[in-house]
Ligand binder design. Structure first.
Ligand code: AMP
Length: 412
């Protein structure tokens, strides 16, 4: 699938290509056509799936095509996000995707002076990204009117409710025009979320990131319990002790990917990081190097790794476990393709044990726990837990909860 096939207009495709997006993510592929068609969408997707672009791209394209007179009606699209960080991130995505479109957007959030925000609003914006408190505040002061809103997006709705924003959201919704398009995104669907969605959406199309199938039988999976600070040393030992032809190493963040690749290079192992901050040409060069084996190791974030299709990838290493358990299955599915055998090695720090437990629940059999002989970095509690229960590692966590290792209990 390509963005062109989703009928995305050329200036946006160009902006996406500059960002290094070569193909839509699953949530984008599913949500964009419906949002472009003006339908309401109920999307179940976590952060990290590309959901921001899933709603930002159709908003930009539809507003760009629309003829409404913005001076008369104030902002035409409103995106509500629970936190200032998320609101800023969404605003940055709009900046990235809207190059050349002449559509104006701004972001407003609390905790800072309102003057620069009201100054921009006064000049007029097409797209407003906001946290609920500051939005209501500026609405009450008469700086913002929502009567011209054509598209409303509620992002991370479950987190909004967890943070106690339900009354604010209701007040905001009451000021929106009845005739509008609504996109509702949430990672989980508890009853309150269902009720809120029902009150907001009209004949919504439901889209979610499909659960993935079981991992390839041929992947030899293992997990090492290792504290964060010791992961680098363990990685070195693995490279010393295993026959690694090519490895794809996963980190949770772009910064983490850069760091791991730097560390490997210092050890004389040619590695390159690929992630969203790298240009398309840098990514392609890295992939080519990986394919012709001049680069032995690629270090990638989950989304950046999409499209990496390498035959005979011997190892997948989860330097950090993914938060979404299905992602583990996606990751390890990169090795052991076409009947070949492959190896997937995961590192699990104490704060990641909740993620490991969730992954094990998804698998037909828990991942085998391994120890690196002579590896000093492993904390004693985990060593004991692993020894007690090497068959099903997550049970060791339960054991930890009843006594010895309860500092590893996951905070929910
Ligand atoms: P989000 O789930 O919206 O927070 O997006 C997660 C990350 O994926 C962000 O860093 C985006 O820049 C990146 N991203 C979104 N869509 C794509 C895509 N189609 N290809 C590559 N990266 C993407």
């Amino acid at each position: 699938m390509t963005f062109e096939k989703l009928n995305i207009i050329e200036p946006i495709v160009r902006a996406l290509t500059n960002k290094g997006y070569s193909e839509p993510t699953p949530i984008q592929e599913k949500a964009i056509p419906h949002l472009l068609a003006g339908k309401d969408v109920f999307g179940t997707a976590q952060t990290g799936t590309g959901k921001t672009a899933a709603f930002a791209i159709p908003i930009l394209q539809n507003l760009y095509a629309g003829k409404t007179d913005r001076k008369l009606s104030g902002p035409r699209a409103l995106i509500l996000a629970p936190t200032r960080e998320l609101a800023i991130q969404i605003s940055e995505s709009f900046s990235d995707y809207s190059k050349g479109l002449k559509l104006k957007h701004t972001v407003i959030y609390g905790g800072v002076s309102q003057n620069p925000q009201t100054e921009i609003l006064r000049k007029g914006v097409d797209i407003l990204i906001a946290t609920p408190g500051r939005l209501l505040d500026l609405m009450n002061q008469g700086f913002i009117k929502l009567t011209g809103i054509e598209v409303f997006i509620l992002d991370e709705a479950d987190r909004m409710l967890d943070m106690g924003f339900a009354p604010d959201i209701k007040r905001i919704i009451a000021k929106l025009p009845v005739k509008r398009q609504t996109g509702f995104f949430t990672a989980t669907v508890p009853n309150e979320i269902k009720a809120l969605a029902d009150s907001l959406l009209r004949n919504p199309v439901k889209v979610n990131v499909a659960p993935v199938s079981a991992p390839a039988e041929m992947v030899n999976q293992s997990v090492y319990y290792v504290e964060k600070a010791d992961k680098k040393a363990l990685l070195q030992q693995i490279f010393d002790s295993e026959e690694i032809e090519t490895a794809l190493i996963f980190t949770r963040t772009k910064h983490g990917a850069d760091k791991v690749s730097r560390d490997l290079n210092k050890l004389g192992i040619p590695a390159v990081a690929i992630h969203g901050n790298k240009s398309q040409s840098a990514r392609q060069k890295a992939l080519q190097g990986f394919k012709d084996r001049s680069i032995k190791v690629l270090v990638a974030t989950d989304i950046a790794s999409r499209g990496i299709d390498v035959d005979k990838l011997s190892h997948v290493i989860n330097f950090e476990l993914p938060e979404v358990p299905e992602t583990y299955v996606h990751r390890i599915g990169r090795t052991a393709r076409a009947g070949e055998s492959g190896t997937a090695i995961s590192f699990c720090a104490s704060e990641e044990r909740g993620s490991l437990k969730d992954i094990n629940k998804l698998l037909p059999k828990s991942i085998e726990v391994r120890n690196m002989p002579g590896f000093a970095g492993k904390p004693r509690e985990l060593e004991i837990a692993a020894a007690q229960n090497s068959e099903r590692p997550h049970k060791s966590f339960r054991a930890g909860q009843s006594g010895s290792g309860n500092r590893f209990r996951r905070k929910r």
